[in-house]
Design a binder for this molecule. Structure first.
Ligand SMILES: [Fe+2]
Length: 208
């Protein structure tokens, strides 16, 4: 309980730096979000850009660039000032914290934040995550959304159409929160995987 209060306080301090001071008045949406408060652990106090890089240049793995537009609930109007937090496994399929990592060790070191611009755009550069070792879960990247005035909520993971672990049976089970997270990847001239996903705020989110 103590840590929850502390997290909320930290969130307020941190988010006021991100022009979102009304955390205590945020309307609760979604239906629970395990470990999601970790999105605020270590969040930069400076302005977050619509572009970010999760992986250093020497991170082992295949480069991956994901971009898209975040739309309001009408599916048409670009949504600005939305924070998208993402975290993922490394290329061994583990959430490995960096040796000096203090915050959110459970989320590993491949994590980062984007704040959409006026066109609702976002982009993050990373490496393609590996699937968990000895399990059948597909490769995935976890996204959490924080809109001004609303509590944070999770949306469907980013997953990849060409992943053999992403079966049709599994795809049918997705709620498509925020829209489908299934991405078609192709390689660019620099041999990086490129993928696009647009996100619709509140879509299939309970209590939105
Ligand atoms: Fe995961």
């Amino acid at each position: 309980m103590k840590s929850t209060v502390l997290n909320v306080l930290l969130t307020c301090v941190v988010l006021s730096a991100c022009s979102q001071p009304k955390v205590f008045n945020d309307r609760q949406v979604g239906d629970g979000c395990e470990d999601c408060e970790l999105m605020f652990a270590g969040i930069p106090s400076t302005i977050i850009s619509w572009k970010t890089k999760l992986a250093a240049d020497n991170e082992p793995g295949e480069p991956l660039i994901i971009s898209g537009t975040i739309f309001k609930n009408d599916g048409k109007t670009p949504a600005s000032d939305v924070i998208l937090y993402v975290y993922q496994t490394d290329n061994t399929g583990r959430y490995t914290p960096a040796p000096n990592q203090v915050h959110a060790k459970r989320h590993g070191h491949l994590r980062g934040w984007i704040k959409t611009d006026e066109q609702g755009k976002y982009e993050f550069r990373t490496i393609r995550p590996a699937a968990y070792p000895n399990r059948n879960d597909p490769q995935h990247i976890h996204p959490i959304i924080k809109e001004p005035g609303l509590s944070y909520y999770w949306i469907d993971d980013f997953v990849f159409e060409d992943d053999p672990l992403l079966t049709d049976q599994l795809k049918k089970k997705f709620d498509e929160r925020g829209g489908s997270g299934v991405i078609k990847l192709k390689k660019n001239e620099k041999k990086a995987w490129i993928g696009k996903r647009d996100i619709i705020l509140g879509l299939n989110i309970p209590n939105y």
